[in-house]
Ligand binder design. Structure first.
Ligand code: F6P
Length: 554
């Protein structure tokens, strides 16, 4: 049993932060004007990422108090415990070792008498061999044709990670392979994703840590039926198991259930209960990504994650980017009353990154009790959300610029686009990045009433055109969206999430909050299907909605 969490609110640092917050009057214009070293002091490199924290609402005093808070809640010890494989996922009595998934071959980490790194690399070799076979065309379907489409069936961490990463690294993907992702149990998802596919050249990866997830197993059965029907229609006579063996592989920690489903154990890639679903894109759950970009690039992706792990593990907090970003989030959530956090990639290829981060951050830190079961005394996980710039600018940025709420935002961009295009003699990516820089500037420094008046604005609308500024942003830049950089971005947010969880004293690695809905879906199911007795057991609102549904279905 892990020791009781330290109550952050009882620390000296918390008291100091409370005092600092009480009279807090942010002034980014003034701070920039008066302190020529601010930007240099608040800009850090973490692996290949350049991270500028200077446009955050912090003074040296606040930052020093946040760093003391990290000390006083035992961030160092907790970090050591995670990397060492201690069972810090208390409510599930598990180690938390996603960092072991990206340890280089030859490193050693013993947990319960097993060298987990050796086990990781054994599975990686099998995934890489499979990826090579699909990419080279030596893996063929039941008619002898090579695979053209890989369909990942999974949900949550078994979907969001691979789907986000395959899109993000699309420019590195094999030219002759297409990737699709089925996650939702809404039959539309399966129907739309299978539309136009040829069963003879389609390969399914069933990705499920537990291999018990209703959505995934249902979709897998639908896909198996579609496959068999399609191949029978073109005269394939092989037995069902033989066909399934050539068109289905699985990724799971529950290899017995994989076999029960009818997938050949030889085509199953395992992982371990010490990898949380939302931390699993770097395990065999990333098989679709390994097929897309190939083993060499996948290894670079893992190396990028490892580089960020090493930064987080070894840097003092004052220069530790994930820790600092996590602590800044604590400042905003617990002292400046921020409720949400925007992540705004100025890279179209990262369009699914905010969705990916929603599971990572909100499933991890959306908790009301601490890891010893006691109630938290402060707010915990903020709502993460976002869309790529510049689309967001023309939609919700109005609220970030001029609304009444504080919305801290992370802006992410790369110097080299995957597709450099010019419009006449204008580099379009330069236009794009000009928006990135302009937005963070406008949010930080705003526009005063005098500046608005100086533009000849009629007095009656001056106030509507004033920008208060002091809207905090962090800028994250990299040379290009390489596999390594994507890995670093993912690991960065994993460790930000971890840092916040430690301050709040919560178990960031369980997800009991998703269970009740799953149970009730089972319980409501018979009523939806027309069982009158089951319908009578429902509350009135639910019963009426089910009645409406049954009356209106065709
Ligand atoms: O319901 C939430 C969850 O358990 C996530 O944590 C997980 O990523 C997802 O469901 C899918 O679970 P599995 O990989 O076991 O199918």
């Amino acid at each position: 049993m892990s020791e009781a969490p330290i109550d952050a609110t009882s620390t000296d640092a918390w008291a100091e932060l409370t005092t600092l917050a009480a009279g807090f009057d942010p002034d980014l214009r003034g701070w920039f004007a008066q302190d020529s070293t601010r930007v240099a002091r608040l800009t850090h490199d973490a692996a290949d990422l350049r991270v500028d924290l200077s446009k955050n609402l912090v003074t040296d005093e606040v930052l020093a108090a946040l760093i003391r808070l990290a000390d006083q809640v035992g961030l160092h010890g907790r970090r050591t415990a995670m990397f060492a494989g201690d069972r810090i996922n208390v409510t599930e009595n598990r180690s938390v070792l996603h960092t072991a998934l990206r340890q280089p071959a030859g490193a050693r980490l013993e947990v319960d008498g097993q060298d987990v790194v050796a086990g990781v690399h054994d599975v990686l070799h099998r995934v890489y061999a499979f990826a090579d076979q699909v990419r080279s065309g030596s893996w063929t379907g039941a008619t002898g044709l090579r695979i053209h489409t890989v369909v990942n069936i999974g949900i949550g961490g078994s979907d969001l990670g691979p789907a986000m990463a395959v899109e993000a690294l699309g420019p590195y993907a094999h030219d002759d392979l297409e990737f699709r992702f089925i996650s939702n149990i809404d039959p539309t998802d399966c129907a739309q994703k299978l539309a136009g596919l040829d069963p003879a050249t389609t390969l399914f990866i069933v990705a499920s840590k537990t291999f018990g997830t209703l959505e995934t197993l249902t979709n897998a059965r639908l896909c198996r039926a579609w496959l068999l029907a399609g191949l029978r229609a073109v005269g394939v006579r092989a037995a069902d198991p033989e066909i399934v063996a050539q068109h289905f592989v699985a990724v799971s920690t529950a290899l017995d259930k994989v076999a029960d489903f009818g997938i050949d154990p030889a085509n199953a890639f395992g992982f371990w209960d010490w990898v949380g679903g939302r931390y699993s894109v770097d395990s065999a759950i990333g098989t679709a990504l390994a097929v897309a970009i190939g083993p060499q690039r996948f290894a670079e992706f893992l190396a990028g994650m490892h580089a960020m792990d090493e930064h987080f593990r070894t840097q003092e907090i004052a220069a530790n980017v994930p820790a600092l970003m996590g602590l800044l989030n604590i400042w905003y959530v617990n002292f400046l009353d921020a409720h949400t956090h925007a992540v705004l990639p100025y890279a179209q290829l990262l369009s699914r990154f905010p969705a990916y981060l929603q599971q990572l951050t909100m499933e991890s830190n959306g908790k009301s009790v601490r890891w010893d079961g006691s109630a938290v005394k402060t707010q915990t996980g903020e709502v993460f959300w976002g869309e790529p710039g510049t689309n967001g600018q023309h939609a919700f940025y109005q609220l970030i610029h001029q609304g009444t709420r504080l919305v801290p935002a992370d802006f992410i961009a790369v110097a080299n686009p995957a597709y450099p295009l010019v419009d006449g003699d204008v580099d379009v990516h330069e236009l794009f990045l000009a928006n990135f820089f302009a937005q963070t500037k406008a949010l930080a420094f705003g526009k005063t009433a005098d500046e608005v008046r100086a533009e000849g604005t009629p007095e009656g609308i001056v106030s509507a055109r004033v920008f208060s500024g002091n809207r905090p942003t962090t800028s994250i830049l990299a040379a290009e969206l390489s596999p390594a950089v994507l890995g670093q971005l993912i690991a960065l947010y994993e460790h930000i999430t971890f840092t916040q969880g430690v301050v709040w004293g919560i178990d960031s690695f369980d997800q009991w909050g998703v269970e009740l809905g799953k149970q009730l879906a089972q319980q409501v199911g018979p009523a939806v299907a027309g069982d009158a007795a089951a319908a009578r057991e429902q509350d009135e609102s639910t019963r009426m909605m089910i009645e409406y549904y049954r009356a209106n279905r065709r």
